[in-house]
Design a protein around this ligand. Sequence first.
Ligand SMILES: Nc1nc(=O)c2c([nH]1)NC[C@@H]1CN(c3ccc(C(=O)N[C@@H](CCC(=O)O)C(=O)O)cc3)CN21
Ligand SMILES: CC(C)C(=O)C(=O)O
Ligand SMILES: [Mg+2]
Length: 267
Amino acid sequence: MTAASPVTVPSLAAMKAGGQPITMLTAYDASFARLLDDAGVDCVLVGDSLGNVIQGRDSTLPVTVDDMAYHTQAVRRGLERALLVADLPFMSYHDQASAMASAAAVMRAGAQMVKLEGGAAHAGTVAALVANGVPVCAHLGLTPQHVHQLGGYRVQGRDEGPARRLKADAELLAEAGAGMLVLECVPAPLAREVAESLSIPVIGIGAGSEVDGQVLVLYDMLGVSPGRSPKFVHDFLADTGDVRQALAAYVAAVRERRFPGPEHAWQ
Ligand SMILES: Nc1nc(=O)c2c([nH]1)NC[C@@H]1CN(c3ccc(C(=O)N[C@@H](CCC(=O)O)C(=O)O)cc3)CN21
Ligand SMILES: CC(C)C(=O)C(=O)O
Ligand SMILES: [Mg+2]
C-alpha cells in the first residue's frame, strides 16, 4: 500500500471547492501527532493553547516562540500526511520584522503554515509573510491573545457593528494572501456567511457546522483538560473509551457534518 499523499495548502483549497470538510486538531508532541496522522486528520495545529493544556497557565499570553518551536519540532517527527500549522504566540508578530523572525523560527522547526490572531491591522504582515513563502492562517472572532481587551472568553460578532467588522477583516486578510481562516466562537449564521463569501477554507471552533472544517483542542476532545469545557467541546473519548477510536470518531463526525451539533454553536 502506498502512503496517502501529503496535505498541502492547495489541496485544502481543493477540499473546500469540492465540499469536503477539513479535519483539524491540536497536538503538542510526536506520539499524539502520529495518532492524529494515522486517524486521517488533515491539519495538525501546534496551538498556543499549549500554554493552558501543557504548561498549566490560565491564558496563552506567557507562551514564547521558543516554546512553539520546541513543540513544533516534536510534532513534525510524528507526521507524514497532515499539514503542520503553528501558532505565532502573543507579541511575536507586533511588527513585520518580529513576524518574519517568529515565522522563520517555527517554519525551521517544521511548520508548513503559521497562524496569527487579528484583523485588518495585520493584513500588511500577512502579505509580507506570504511574499516570503510562509503560508498564513488568519484567526478571527474570539482571539484568546486579546483576552484582556475582550474581558474574557466570550462569543464575538453578535452585534451588527462587530459582525460587519469581522466580515470586512476576513475579506482583507484573504486579499492579503491568507490561505486559511479560523473562526472561533462566532454565531453560526455569521460563520456560514464568511465561509460562503471566501474562496479560502474557513475552519470553525464554536462557529457551527456550515463552515469548511472544524478544529478542537486535542485535550478537550479527549476530556483531559482541567476545569469546565467551553460549550463547543464534545468529549469523544467518553463515547468510545479508546484514544484511537475517539480520533476516528471525531474525523468521521466532522466529515459527515454530525459534529458540531446545534448544542455546540451559537445562533
Ligand atoms: N483547553 C483549551 N481549549 C480551548 O479551546 C482553548 C484553550 N484551551 N486555550 C486558548 C483558547 C481559550 N479558548 C476558550 C476558552 C473558554 C471559552 C468559553 O468558556 N466560552 C464560553 C462562551 C460564553 C459566551 O460568551 O456565551 C462558553 O460557554 O463556551 C471559549 C474559548 C479557546 N482556546
Ligand atoms: C483553538 C485553536 C484554534 C488555537 O488557536 C489553539 O489551540 O491555540
Ligand atoms: Mg491559538
